[in-house]
Each structure stands twice: as structure tokens, then as C-alpha cells.
Design a protein around this ligand. Structure first.
Ligand SMILES: [Fe+2]
Ligand SMILES: [Fe+2]
Length: 270
């Protein structure tokens, strides 16, 4: 029997090792798109995603307050920044497959699955690119502690697809657009060209992920006759527990379909 897309998503979520997880993720994405191209899409199916994805024994996961501060001026500091990015990318792989697997009750067009399979494939590439940079600097993913609690947004929105789209792509990934240019500058100043190139790939592709979030958030609101902007503000206040931090990358946010009235009102506690 053909493996369904949701079976594939669950298999990725249940794979612990980072490189194995991303290899499986990329292979499944290729399978999905080959079937789409052949005009014979895979069944979506009904997988049951785990509450928490499998993760490697290392890195050790610490409360964000206990993760040591990173000083970009030293090569150790830059390794720590890359380690934190690798951790975010691995989490993003799981977040996108979880979005594909979890919301059975909401009927979505095939284009929804195309977008999130593509996003999951890109996150897998990002994780691998950053791991390559770390290894070239004599380190590797797992070498230092990482933030616990990255899965919190997924748990909080496990029963609410609109909340998930609001918080994950449209808040967390949009935040990536705000901070990535500063990271690129740090590695440019250190003349670490391979890392600059990897971060530029990530920066370009993340615009697409925010855009997918905005597209499908608007789609679902439209289907229910809801006004997207007040619904969005309400969901972010419910599920995301702190105010958003300016400065914002208004240009890239606009490119991703995120207008200013979707973030400026959230810079202050409600
Ligand atoms: Fe990414
Ligand atoms: Fe992303």
C-alpha cells in the first residue's frame, strides 16, 4: 500500500537524529512532488503525530534563562549562534510536518500540503547547511545546550489550526526575517563566507514560509467569513505570551503578505 503523506509526516516526527530526520524529510518531499508532477498525488491519510517529536539525546535542553549568552566577537560566540540556529531549523522541520499531520478535521486543498511539504524540505536543507558550517568550524549540533520550550507554541496550538498558523509562521518565522540580516552582518564581518551564503539561502526562503502562513490563515478566515486582522491579534494574544519586539523588517514582512496592522498592535501588552 502507498504510504500516505501523514504517515510520512509521522515517520519524520518520530525520527530522533537530526541528520536522519532531515534526510527522511527531504526524501519524502521528493516523493510527494514526484507524485504531484505525475498527476497522481499521494493520499493525505490520517496519521497520528506524537505530542512531542523525537529528538537526539544531545543537545541538552535548558530553560532559555540558563543558556549561556552568545558573544559574536569570538569564534566560540559565532559557533554558539550557529548552534542556536541549527536548533531552530530542526524544530522548524518538525513544526511543518506536525502542521501537515495534525489537523485531520480541517479539509484543506492540495496546495496547502504542497506549501508545507516544500517548507519542511527547505527547513531540512537549512539544518544541514548550518550543521555543515558548524562542522567546518570544528563543532557539531549537540555540542552545546539549546533552548527547551521550543515546542511550546506547537503544544499550545495543537487544537487550533488558525492559532498554529498565526503563531508559528506569522509570528515566529516572521521574527526570523527581522533578525537574520543582523546575523548575516556578524558573519560578513568575520569573513566567514560559507556561513554568509547559508544564511542568505535561509533568509530568502523564510519569506516564503511566512507567506504560506499568511495565505492559509487568510484562506481559512475567508472560508468562515471572518475578518482576518482582529482574529489574528486575538489568537496571538491568546497563544503567544509576550509582546512582539520591534524593529520589524517591514519590507520582507510586506513581501510575505504581513501588513503592519498585523504586528504593530502586538508590541504592547493587551
Ligand atoms: Fe529555516
Ligand atoms: Fe521557516
Amino acid at each position: 500500500m502507498t504510504q500516505s503523506l501523514r504517515d510520512m509526516a509521522v515517520a519524520v516526527l518520530n525520527t530522533a537524529d537530526g541528520r536522519e530526520k532531515t534526510a527522511l524529510s527531504r526524501r519524502y518531499a521528493a516523493t510527494w512532488f514526484a507524485a504531484r508532477k505525475a498527476g497522481a498525488p499521494l493520499p493525505i491519510g490520517r496519521g497520528t503525530p506524537p505530542d512531542r517529536p523525537a529528538r537526539p539525546a544531545r543537545p541538552e535542553l535548558l530553560d532559555p534563562r540558563d543558556v549561556p549568552r552568545r558573544r559574536p566577537g569570538s569564534s566560540q560566540g559565532r559557533i554558539a549562534i550557529l548552534h542556536a540556529i541549527a536548533h531552530i531549523e530542526l524544530n522548524a522541520v518538525d513544526l511543518h510536518w506536525d502542521l501537515i499531520a495534525r489537523f485531520h478535521d480541517v479539509d484543506m486543498p492540495l496546495g496547502f500540503f504542497d506549501d508545507w511539504v516544500k517548507a519542511a524540505d527547505e527547513e531540512s536543507k537549512h539544518f544541514n547547511l548550518i550543521c555543515d558550517c558548524l562542522e567546518a568550524m570544528g563543532s557539531h549540533y549537540g555540542d552545546m545546550p539549546a533552548h527547551a520550550g521550543m515546542w511550546r507554541a506547537a503544544e499550545d496550538t495543537a487544537g487550533d489550526i488558525l492559532g498554529r498558523l498565526a503563531v508559528v509562521p506569522m509570528v515566529l518565522e516572521a521574527r526570523g526575517l527581522d533578525v537574520t540580516p543582523g546575523m548575516i552582518k556578524i558573519f560578513q564581518q568575520a569573513r566567514e563566507e560559507a556561513t554568509v551564503a547559508a544564511l542568505e539561502v535561509i533568509y530568502a526562503e523564510e519569506v516564503g514560509h511566512v507567506a504560506y502562513g499568511s495565505k492559509w490563515f487568510n484562506f481559512l478566515c475567508g472560508r468562515q467569513g471572518l475578518d482576518p486582522q482582529p482574529v489574528f491579534l486575538d489568537l496571538v494574544r491568546r497563544y503567544f505570551h509576550s509582546p512582539l519586539k520591534p524593529p520589524f523588517n517591514e519590507e520582507k514582512r510586506a513581501q510575505a503578505g504581513l501588513p503592519p496592522d498585523f504586528y504593530w498592535p502586538l508590541t504592547e501588552p493587551a
